[in-house]
Write a protein of this length. Structure first.
Length: 242
């Protein structure tokens, strides 16, 4: 029990360090002090730090390569571990490695076909892959069949609709979500993107600015989301992208 409590404390403190962008210190606290009693837990802690680094577009920490090898080696030793497959897939997605993410999510789906989180991430990886983008809407609809009221899944569907050029449908979903989650920066960003494509510049500017004020720079954003944020910032005055 003492070991578990110590590991839990290290994981919590590591996330605090991540928020301070002290990535090397966070990695030192996790994989370098892992005691081997629960390798999957240790790998997940490391992967989440690396995912935050990738999402922020930060350079590789000095411990990054060793930490990633540590985590992927554990993942390879536990090929049926769905949480590990899922987190590794998210890391690859944030690193812009959509084909690798797809393989991991598809492996997770084979083991857990009714898992909405797996299907959600698979759909987002398909969206990031030009040759698989046409599959994304059907995949997210499968996820929604299991959790039809999930705001996260509905947000993903809106993002996929944006990718398909169906901006008005995306706007309708996002308008409804933003009415109930007024301080969600990801929702505001996606609504700003939809409005930008619909040529509603004032609405796009307002929602992008609110997303920024609400802490969008701290969110996990895919390469496409961050690119679209910069595009809006470049073309709509008064918004600053990170």
């Amino acid at each position: 029990m003492k070991s578990n409590n110590s590991a839990a404390f290290r994981a919590q403190y590591a996330q605090f360090l991540v928020r301070q962008k002290q990535y090397d210190e966070a990695l030192a606290l996790t994989f370098e002090k892992a005691d081997g009693t629960d390798p999957a837990r240790d790998a997940l802690a490391v992967i989440r730090i690396l995912t935050a680094v990738a999402s922020q577009g930060e350079g590789q920490p000095s411990r990054g390569a060793a930490a990633e090898k540590f985590a992927t080696d554990i993942g390879a030793s536990q090929p049926g571990n769905v949480p590990l497959l899922l987190e590794l897939g998210v890391l690859r997605l944030m690193q812009g490695r959509a084909p690798d993410a797809l393989k991991l999510f598809e492996s997770a789906q084979k083991r857990s076909p009714a898992n909405p989180a797996v299907l959600n991430n698979l759909a987002l990886a398909q969206l990031e892959s030009p040759d698989r983008r046409h599959e994304a809407l059907a995949t997210i609809d499968k996820a929604l069949a299991f959790a039809p009221q999930s705001a996260e899944l509905l947000d993903s569907k809106a993002l996929i609709l944006i990718g398909a050029g169906r901006y008005q449908e995306a706007r309708e979903i996002l308008d409804q979500l933003c009415r109930t989650q007024t301080r969600n920066p990801r929702l505001r960003l996606h609504l700003a993107i939809a409005l930008f494509q619909l040529r509603d510049e004032p609405g796009s500017r307002s929602n992008a600015a609110q997303a920024t004020d609400d802490g969008l720079e701290k969110e996990l954003l895919t390469p496409s989301e961050r690119r679209l944020w910069r595009q809006i910032a470049n073309q709509v005055a008064g918004v600053t992208a990170k």
